[in-house]
Design a protein around this ligand. Structure first.
Ligand code: GLC
Length: 853
């Protein structure tokens, strides 16, 4: 334990400037923390803290858990999802060794009365500041920026006028495998714990991992990680058994062991495995001290030991915390916005990208969903969040997904990294997102060489072949090692096969089949017999055909040996690029004609047809008469002729836009309809069934921008901004987006849910930048096309693009609602075109002034 001379920053008063205060907390002055001051928030308000491998969820009560590599299959500590009690996790107790008083350094699990409480959720860390009987504590939990270790920094300050002896006791339950583990009595039969006194650590491993393995036989393999909880201080005691810790029929709120001076340690293979470590902190009057804990995970015990050697001391923990925070600021620094709405700035500049990267791409986890898997379409869309700050990361994600496609063009709907289990479905749109995000990547970078990046197909000497070899006893590594030997195919070929597959699943009327659902998973039965058609998928495809015709035309003129592409690429497809481009254009025209002939309902576009030919999303239906995506994408993909665009968006305003945001459909389904799918089984108003589905709501903002409806843009932007909500109605976190908000058919209209684990985070970031502020990469330039909400007098965007930096200031000349003509000046010189040129040299800086008359 070290005595600190300089004041510990987080023990100093929290930043005075508090903004956007609601009843439960506020943002810090710079927007980078949300500080919860009343722990009884309507729902758990959590942080998802992750690095590319390790992560934790932590709520304002202190509940939560830790995983590595896969938040469902490789969960280190036990946790129970419970929105009402939220009292399950890894906890830190404090006990006054003289008075016997017990509390915890977060409200849970003891829920003792605290003299002060604040929970600071920040980018990459959470700090609980508490005070109880003269002891002030700051407990920070975070992930090391690069290592597979979660670190706790505990700073104690004796504010009382006498010396104090405080016992700190950390406690967690081991999961070491697939979660949830409802059959705890079975699961625990395989876990082994071990106390290492010299390292002040409890180690845990499991000899069985409940994942299917063709290689070793069902469940016949060990959990491939070793974990340890360790402390920087000499230990008073350690315990490995839950019953011994809490006492018979005891609980975590008041564990028996805290009052016992002597613990009978129980470790090994026959206990109910936990880790509890207790140490003593002596504090003179006014003294401050730091203590650290580490939860380290590695493939081997030796790996864990090395991790502990590197990280487990209070100075190293301080440095690691600094590094973790700096890594986040650096990561997000290059692209910033400034709007008149401070909360929107906080979201767009920090929280949305943090949510997308930490929660969706790395952690693939939230309080509402512990997925661990990659959704084919989900993480591809999320990866767009890298485009402005680190495009190679997006490229990596694109290639990872390409490697989860079959040679016939179809793809896994989702797959689990680690085990490579994947889900084969008849869902019709997943594969096309590969084309969508690749096009976004090309517009961002201008780099066509991505088309020659090689990835294998799953069934061309791929995982399946690898698995067969294993089943026959061959010594071949399936998922990780096997991939290196699989033959690669250019991304262009992957994208081409995706298109071909969709073309081959087209109805006689020229519309794509909906299959077992499209973007909306819940439309899961509409087209199981390959008759039902999807109008939305038609819109989506039409936009892609437009984009790819252009890309293919560029690819046709690309030199055959591009040094950027590594080896000489050569055109990989039988059809020539130019012919293909022309074919895509013809197909688009035919598709537009088909959609406008069969998909127009009179006032708006229908959503789909079912296998029996009946319409979904039509005025002739009793429920689900109109769907949002079928209108917004008609606009976004330029499917709707101008009059229809205006009409269908008017229908959106009339039937779908509510104070809570734009509904995904209306009116909600009120009884299950097996012909349509599980969307009809949700309670009315929940999730996709007539709620506000935030992911789709962001597209409504883009479409409103495209038809230049400033007023609607302003309304929608405010409606889905979590920071502007009344928490008594909205319930959910103010600093991240919610997957959904209850619609009017719910008894709780306006209530947010499914926070963190939603594709809306990356999309809201993109839509604000590209459509509202209107700085949108195109193949040849950066388009300036803002559509500011009424009342915004100015705004600014800074973003890197193709090696240059663009500082763009938008000013409304005259009226605060001016919507008209743009006058654009680059570095003081007025230009005629609203398409900013790419830089001519690396590091070029463009100061752009856009005046809106
Ligand atoms: C869920 C799925 C996503 C889907 C959306 C709409 O968020 O993960 O893939 O597009 O629901 O149904």
């Amino acid at each position: 334990m070290s005595t600190v001379a300089k004041p510990i920053p987080d023990l100093v008063e929290p930043p005075a400037q508090a903004v956007l205060r609601n009843r439960y907390g506020h943002f810090s002055g710079d927007g980078r923390e949300f500080v919860i001051t009343d722990p009884r928030t309507p729902r758990p308000w959590v942080n998802v803290i992750a690095n590319p491998r390790l992560g934790l969820v932590i709520s304002q009560t202190g509940s939560g858990f830790t995983w590595i590599d896969n938040s469902q299959l490789a969960v280190i500590t036990r946790w129970q999802q419970d929105l009402a009690c939220d009292c399950s996790g890894k906890f830190l107790y404090a006990r006054d060794a003289d008075s016997g008083e017990v509390w915890s350094l977060s409200p849970a699990p003891v829920w003792a009365k605290l003299d002060a409480y604040a929970c600071h959720h920040g980018l990459g860390y959470t700090t609980f500041v508490t005070e109880r009987s003269g002891i002030r504590a700051a407990w920070t939990l975070f992930c090391h920026a690069d290592e597979t270790v979660e670190l706790w920094r505990v700073a104690l300050h004796n504010l009382s006028d006498r010396p104090r002896r405080v016992e700190l006791c950390a406690c967690l339950e081991w999961c070491c495998g697939v979660a949830p583990a409802p059959r705890r009595e079975f699961h625990k039969l395989f876990i082994e714990t071990e106390f290492d006194a010299e390292r002040r650590a409890i180690f845990a491993r499991s000899h069985m991992w409940e994942v299917p393995s063709e290689r070793w036989g069902h469940w016949n393999t060990a959990f491939p990680y070793v974990s340890a909880l360790a402390c920087t201080e000499p230990l008073l005691s350690a315990q490995g058994d839950k019953a011994a810790f809490v006492g018979r029929y005891g609980d975590l709120r008041n564990p028996l062991a805290l009052g016992q001076s002597l613990w009978r340690p129980r470790f090994g293979r026959h206990e109910d495995p936990i880790a509890a470590l207790r140490c003593m902190v002596e504090l003179r009057r006014g003294q401050q001290r730091r203590v650290g804990f580490a939860l380290a995970v590695s493939e081997t015990r030796a790996g864990v030991v090395r991790l502990l050697e590197r990280t487990l001391n209070v100075d190293a923990i301080d440095q690691a915390l600094d590094a973790a925070r700096t890594a986040w600021s650096k990561r997000l620094a290059a692209q910033r916005v400034q709007t008149p709405e401070p909360s929107l700035n906080y979201l767009v500049n920090d929280w949305l990208r943090y949510q997308a990267i930490s929660g969706r791409i790395w952690g693939r986890c939230g309080y509402y969903q512990q997925s661990g898997a990659y959704g084919f379409r989900d993480q591809l869309q999320d990866a767009q969040v890298w485009l402005t700050i680190d495009p190679p990361q997006c490229r990596r994600q694109i290639n990872l997904h390409a490697a989860h496609q079959f040679a016939d063009g179809s793809v896994y709907h989702w797959w689990h990294p680690l085990t490579e289990q994947g889900h084969v479905t008849g869902i019709s749109d997943d594969l096309l997102w590969l084309a969508f995000v690749t096009a976004s990547y090309i517009r961002e970078t201008g780099d066509l060489s991505i088309l020659w990046d090689e990835s294998p197909f799953l069934d061309e000497g791929g995982v399946r072949a690898g698995r067969q070899a294993e089943a026959q006893g061959a010594e071949q590594e399936t998922s990780r090692g096997g991939e290196a030997t699989r033959p690669g195919f250019p991304l262009l070929d992957h994208v081409y096969r995706a298109f071909q597959r969709v073309f081959s699943r087209t109805s006689l009327r020229g519309l794509p089949y909906i299959g077992a659902g499209d973007w909306n998973d819940g439309l899961s039965a509409c087209g199981l017999r390959e008759r039902g058609e999807s109008i939305w998928l038609g819109h989506f495809l039409a936009g892609l055909l437009r984009d790819w015709a252009e890309i293919l035309r560029r690819a046709a003129t690309m030199p055959r040996s591009d040094p950027a592409a590594g080896t000489a690429p050569g055109w990989p497809l039988a059809a020539g690029a130019a012919e293909l481009a022309a074919e895509f254009e013809r197909r688009r025209e035919a598709l537009l004609a088909a959609i406008n002939e069969h998909g127009w309902d009179g006032q708006w576009y229908i959503r789909a047809t079912l296998d029996d030919g009946s319409k979904l999303g039509s005025a002739e239906n009793r429920v689900a008469r109109i769907f949002l995506n079928a209108q917004t994408w008609a606009v976004l993909s330029d499917v709707a002729p101008p009059q229809r665009a205006a009409r269908c968006m008017a229908a959106v305003r009339e039937h779908l836009v509510t104070e809570a945001g734009p509904l995904l459909l209306a009116p909600a389904f009120d009884r299950p309809d097996p012909r349509i799918g599980y969307i009809t089984r949700y309670a009315p108003g929940l999730r996709e069934n007539g709620g506000v589905y935030t992911h789709a709501a962001t597209w409504a903002i883009a479409a409103a921008c495209k038809i230049r409806d400033h007023e609607l843009v302003g309304r929608l932007l405010a409606a889905i901004n979590p920071a502007l909500k009344d928490p008594e109605l909205y319930w959910a976190e103010p600093y991240v987006t919610a997957g959904n908000v209850d619609g009017p058919a719910s008894a709780y209209c306006g209530r947010g849910g499914w926070t963190w684990y939603t594709g809306s985070a990356a999309w809201l970031h993109r839509v604000v930048n590209e459509w509202v502020l209107g700085v949108r990469p195109e193949l040849d330039g950066l388009r300036i096309d803002p559509c500011l909400p009424p009342g915004w007098r100015q705004a600014a965007v800074t973003r890197p693009w193709r090696g240059g930096t663009y500082h763009i200031r938008l000013e409304r000349a005259g009226s605060p609602s001016a919507t008209g003509k743009l006058t654009i000046a680059i570095n003081g010189r007025t230009v005629a075109d609203a398409l900013l040129p790419p830089p001519t040299r690396a590091g070029e800086r463009f100061d752009v002034l856009v005046r809106i008359a």
